[in-house]
Design a protein around this ligand. Structure first.
Ligand code: GLN
Length: 477
C-alpha cells in the first residue's frame, strides 16, 4: 500500500509511531497529484513544490491537505475561481486554515470550485472544469468539486470546502467521499470569501468518518473574528467506536416520497433504512410541506440577494482585476465587472439587484426571509418528532461535463435536498453507500442544530455497514 492511500487517522498514528516520515507522506501525495492532475484538474494553485516547515506537535502534524480557493491564505493567491480576483494575495489567513496550519497541516494546493461558490458542477470556474475522478467524462459536483475530487483521487486524506446550499455534500456524494456541513456558527467564516453570508459554512471532506471528526475537532469553536461563530464551550468530536443508534428515531420526509430519484439513489435509501432498523433505530416519517414546496425559490432569492451585496466590493479599485484605460469611473466599474465576472455570477448579481430593489424588496427579498423563518420552524417541529432525517443528496447521479450548462433552472431544482439545511442552519452529512457501476452513491443525514457529533456517530455506524469509499482511479489506472 502506498502512503497516499492511507486515511487521515492512519497517517497520524503511523507518523506518531515513526513508521514513516512526514516527508515520505508529502512525496507520496505529491506523486499522486502529478499522476492524476492532468485528468482531474482539481487544483487552481499547487503549493507542493517542496515540503514546508510545519508545527510538529499538533494533531495534524505533517498531514497534507488541500483547501477550497475561496479560503484566504496569507500571501498566497486566492481566486474563488474568478477572473476578477486576479492575482490577489490576501493579507491574512482564514481562521479555519489558520487552525489547520497551527495544528501542523501541510498545504498542497488550493482547490478548483464554481466561481464564488455559485453552482453545483464545478463547471463555472474561470480556470476550466474539474473532472470526476471516478469517471472523468462526468462532473465532480460543486461548488467544492476540486476539494471533493482531490480526496477521492487520493491527493490528500482530507480537504476543506464551503457549503452555502449543498456545496460540500453534493460533490462528496458525486465523488464518493464523506462531506460534512456543520451547524451554522460551528466553524468560523472569517476569511471565507462571502457568497451568501447567512448560509455559508466551512466543512471537511474525508474518506472516513473518524477523519471528519479529527478535522472538526481542529477547525470548530468560537472565533472572535466572526460574530456569528458559536460562543459556548467547544463541541466534543471524539471518535466513539461504541456509539449506538438504538432507540433513536430516523425519519424520511413524507412530501419527498413522490419525487423521482435515479434508481441507485432510491435503492440506497431502502438499504440504508433497513440497516438503521437492524441497528435498533425507529423509522418514522416527518412532514415538511413548506420545505418541499418553497425551499428552492426561497434559497435562490436569498442567496442571490446576499451575493449581489457581497460582490459589490469587486470594483477594480481595491483589489483584483482592473482596466487602466477607462474614461471615467463609471466606464471603469462597468468594464471591470462585465469583463471580470463569469456568466452565472453576473446573472445572479442582476437577479439579486432586482430582488432587493426598493419597489420589489418587500415582495421578494423580505417575503423570502419570512419563508425562511417558516422553514426553520418546520424543521424545529420535525426535530421534536425525530432525531435524524434521512434523505437523498441529489435526485440524480452525476451528469456528463457540459451537459446541463444551458438549463440553469434544472440545476437550481437539483439542490432541493441540500439547500433547506442551510436555510435552517442545520448540520448535514453526506455519506457513502457503495457504487452503482463505477459511480459512487451518497445519501444525507440531517439533525437538529448542534447535533453535529451525533450525526457523525450515526455516520460511523453506516460506514461499518457500507465500508469506507476506496480511492478512485483518477482516470489513470
Ligand atoms: N448550488 C448552490 C448554489 O449555486 C449551492 C452552492 C453552494 O453551496 N456554494 O447556490
Amino acid at each position: 500500500m502506498e502512503l497516499y492511500e492511507l486515511n487521515l487517522w492512519m497517517l497520524t498514528e503511523g507518523l506518531k509511531a515513526g513508521k514513516f516520515s512526514a516527508s515520505e507522506v508529502f512525496t507520496s501525495c505529491k506523486n499522486r497529484i502529478d499522476k492524476c492532475e492532468g485528468n482531474i484538474h482539481a487544483l487552481i494553485t499547487r503549493t507542493d513544490n517542496e515540503m514546508p516547515a510545519f508545527s510538529k506537535d499538533g494533531t495534524l502534524a505533517g498531514i497534507p491537505t488541500i483547501i477550497k480557493d475561496n479560503l484566504c491564505t496569507k500571501g498566497l493567491r486566492t481566486t474563488a475561481a474568478s477572473k476578477i480576483l486576479g492575482d490577489w494575495r490576501p493579507p491574512y489567513d482564514a481562521t479555519a486554515w489558520a487552525r489547520l496550519k497551527d495544528s501542523g497541516a501541510v498545504l498542497m494546493g488550493k482547490a478548483n470550485m464554481d466561481e464564488f461558490a455559485m453552482g453545483n458542477t464545478c463547471g463555472n470556474s474561470a480556470f476550466g472544469p474539474t473532472h470526476n475522478p471516478n469517471d472523468i467524462t462526468r462532473v465532480p459536483g460543486g461548488s467544492s468539486g476540486g476539494s471533493a475530487a482531490a480526496v477521492s483521487a487520493g491527493y490528500v486524506p482530507f480537504s476543506l470546502g464551503s457549503d452555502t446550499g449543498g456545496s460540500i455534500r453534493q460533490p462528496a456524494s458525486y465523488c464518493g467521499v464523506y462531506g460534512f456541513k456543520p451547524t451554522y456558527g460551528m466553524v468560523s467564516r472569517y476569511g471565507l470569501i462571502s457568497y451568501g453570508s447567512s448560509l455559508d459554512q466551512i466543512g471537511p471532506f474525508a474518506r472516513t468518518i473518524r477523519d471528519l471528526q479529527i478535522v472538526m475537532s481542529v477547525i470548530s469553536g468560537h472565533d472572535k473574528m466572526d460574530s456569528s461563530s458559536f460562543r459556548n464551550k467547544p463541541h466534543d468530536f471524539t471518535h466513539n467506536e461504541n456509539a449506538s443508534i438504538k432507540g433513536k428515531r430516523i425519519a424520511v420526509v413524507k412530501e419527498f416520497a413522490g419525487f423521482t430519484l435515479d434508481a441507485p439513489i432510491a435503492d440506497a435509501m431502502k438499504r440504508t433504512l433497513k440497516i438503521l432498523e437492524d441497528e435498533g433505530a425507529i423509522i418514522t416519517e416527518v412532514s415538511l410541506p413548506v420545505v418541499s414546496k418553497y425551499a428552492v425559490a426561497c434559497y435562490y432569492a436569498l442567496a442571490m440577494s446576499e451575493a449581489h451585496t457581497n460582490l459589490e466590493r469587486y470594483d477594480g479599485v481595491r483589489l483584483g482585476y482592473t482596466v487602466k484605460d477607462a474614461r471615467g469611473i463609471k466606464e471603469m466599474f462597468e468594464r471591470v465587472r462585465s469583463e471580470g465576472f463569469g456568466a452565472e455570477v453576473k446573472a445572479r448579481i442582476i437577479a439579486g439587484t432586482c430582488l432587493t430593489e426598493p419597489t420589489r424588496c418587500e415582495e421578494y427579498y423580505v417575503a423570502a426571509t419570512k419563508v425562511r423563518t417558516l422553514i426553520a420552524q418546520e424543521f424545529s417541529r420535525a426535530f421534536g418528532e425525530t432525531d435524524y432525517i434521512l434523505q437523498p443528496v441529489t435526485p440524480s447521479m452525476p451528469g456528463k461535463i457540459g451537459e446541463s450548462d444551458d438549463d440553469a433552472m434544472k440545476g437550481y431544482e437539483a439542490d432541493l435536498y441540500t439547500l433547506p439545511v442551510n436555510l435552517a442552519g442545520l448540520p448535514g452529512l453526506s455519506f457513502f453507500t457503495g457504487y452503482a457501476g463505477n459511480l459512487p452513491v451518497g445519501l444525507q443525514l440531517i439533525g437538529a442544530r448542534w447535533s453535529d457529533s451525533e450525526i457523525l456517530d450515526a455516520g460511523m455506524i453506516l460506514e461499518r455497514h457500507f465500508g469506507s469509499p476506496k480511492i478512485s482511479d483518477g482516470g489513470v489506472n
